[in-house]
Design a protein around this ligand. Sequence first.
Ligand SMILES: [Zn+2]
Length: 331
Amino acid sequence: MDISRRTFIGGTVAAAAPSIFGATGSEPKKGRLGKYVGTLVPGRYDAHIHVHPGEPDPDRLVKSFAEAGLAGGVVFSRSPYARTFPDAKPQTPEEAVDNVIAWCSGSPSIYPFFYIDPAAPDACEQVDMAVEKGIYGFKVIRSDGRPVDAVTIKAYRRMAHHNKPITYHSGILWDGRDSSDNFRPANWEGLLAVPGLRFALAHVSWPWCDECIAVYGKMLNAMAHKGTEVPEMFIDTTPGTPRVYRREALQRLFCSDYQVKYNVMFGSDCSIEGYHVDWTKDWLSIDLPLIREFNPDDADDVIEHVYAKNFLRFIGKSEEKIDRIYPQVAV
Ligand SMILES: [Zn+2]
């Protein structure tokens, strides 16, 4: 199977970014499988969905998104580490890219990301291959070492060269291995040496939410001095936070005094085979009132940014100009 995303989305990628509050009823798009699929109305996006082994069923995913009231989202290809699914036949990087593109072929608003091992000897070539096939961004979960080092940074520079973003796992990882220390947010300061890169730390780095917010403030401050010579950091609020911590995590995030409005995104962490509609709806019902409470002056605008506009800018489909407020060191 050799699929280029461009072959089935044609000219639709240039469509204007939809608004949560915008009109509905756009024409259904024709999927890769040659039949019309469910219409995904403009609205909210899920920035964090995983592929597990199995045959692509793009129509089922579209149906799940429609049931969850979502306009679309990002799907990460299968893990590049054989240990993740020891019983499954390993995929080559090309097969993983083709597989996730097939999963995303039911709607032009479902975007494939390639889950890459940034320490692979041919990581830069894999980046080029994935971009050529139509991947919108990358996913990295590096439990074998620090996320940013002299080896992996080459792949990140390649992604920045292609103007493609990365979503990283950050925070404790349930992998049964001694790995969590690699996922503490301060480990990403090394990306200061990758100009222009857009990257997201997932799960608000729980339980290191404070450290995540602090690194965000540091990156924003660095932008004040250097502009695009530093990367832009996003925070993906995908649960990881047990419910009892959710309120505190979102309060600290939105009340930090750092300008987070343009850099926070929502994600579910669902797996694609059985997209868990109720789980996503549940988190939406928990988060929305909290976001309103912590942003009393501009709640509607913050919600539209967190659930749509920031996502679209992260994946390179929005040219929104941002009026930045940079944290400064008092002098
Ligand atoms: Zn995840």
